[in-house]
Design a protein around this ligand. Sequence first.
Ligand SMILES: Cc1cc2nc3c(=O)[nH]c(=O)nc-3n(C[C@H](O)[C@H](O)[C@H](O)COP(=O)(O)OP(=O)(O)OC[C@H]3O[C@@H](n4cnc5c(N)ncnc54)[C@H](O)[C@@H]3O)c2cc1C
Length: 400
Amino acid sequence: MTSTSPPDIDEYRRTARAWLEARTAGLPPDPGLDDARAFMADLYDAGYSGITWPVEYGGQGLSAAEERAFQQAASDFTLPVGVFGIGLGMCGPTLLSIGTEEQKRRHLPPLLRGEEIWCQMFSEPGAGSDVASLQTRAVRDGDHWVVNGQKVWTSVARQADLGLLIARTDPDVPKHQGITMFVIDMHDPGVTVRPLRDMTGESHFNEIFFDDVRVPAENVVGEANGGWSAAVTTLLHERVSIGMGAARTERPASFAALRRAAGERGLLADPAVRERLVDLYLRERAFDLLSAKMSQEVKAGIQPGARGSVVKLLLADLTLDSADAASEILGPDTVAHDDEGRIARALAWGPGMALGGGTNEIMRNIIGDRVLGLPREPQVDRAVPFKDLKVGTQAKEADR
Ligand SMILES: Cc1cc2nc3c(=O)[nH]c(=O)nc-3n(C[C@H](O)[C@H](O)[C@H](O)COP(=O)(O)OP(=O)(O)OC[C@H]3O[C@@H](n4cnc5c(N)ncnc54)[C@H](O)[C@@H]3O)c2cc1C
């Protein structure tokens, strides 16, 4: 609590904390999907969902100060809201930025009430870092678009009711120009979601197949064939949201957790352990402060743009580094006598942080090009019509 906060903000924070304390006390130890939905609904009823979003779209219309006060109160609790993260952090903000009035009124209130879960369908087997090479097609048919193709690595797709999809709508123009963004109803006929198991043993992400899925024309987000700039809007929100989300979530291999574990094993007098812990503390502190600064900026309407990549990169490095520190300090206990398997899970999840939301190498490219103003990576295919490029299955067909 900062002593400089106005008294009404302190009061807001105290009330939020009391509400969170009472509501989280009633949660089961391992909350399921129904618990998560019920929690979001109660959060909404209590006025803590969409704190800065406009009132006409279900938000509270409050300022960044209230949002920050709520996040400060919430950082002491584990909230079962992860499944809504993509909706609240990426899809919702994209619709707020470029959605139609109808799209905002239809989709944002149910998202804030926890009634609808969202996913983001960008990556494909042949289009990850270079997502503009995507091959999923959408062809106009009267009042609809017909979608065929495949997406992969889609987080929470099995739980999702809706998702933002980018698809190729004009193969005759260069690859960045013939893409359109759509809202997809994940329950529509022709949408098949299959889970993919990751090395934590869980199925966090999925592959999705689209077979003649009919999408109403009013589901286009932004301009038809203007999907690249729509996707960039989502990706900018994604990087900031991953960073800020992580700042609000308890990190299993955090400084506090490792210090506790080292203390329990009588290792705190070991200079090597102390040095490792101090290094981790400094990096965590730097990450938390940068992420808090960016969070304030976003709420104040200042878009972080490419600087969001700095937060994302720092988080990926910190996640991997804290997993390394855990195994150095705890040795075999990392997996054998772990706090309910939480550190072992963090170890297995760590590498995914260096990929999801854009890889570390891509983040470095963006920071080099757009934050530091270094010379840009050469892009020889930017002006070539997509149909003439050798990408994915097109390449295989051309090589036959
Ligand atoms: C946990 C997790 C969740 C995810 N959730 C989603 C989701 O919800 N929705 C979604 O659409 N996608 C999701 N993804 C996919 C993610 O966006 C992609 O994995 C990522 O963009 C990288 O694409 P790729 O896996 O195809 O690797 P590739 O793009 O094939 O990259 C392979 C390697 O080459 C490097 N590389 C590629 N291009 C360059 C370059 N120009 N310069 C330097 N190095 C380069 C990469 O850094 C990487 O090391 C998720 C991934 C993970 C791990």
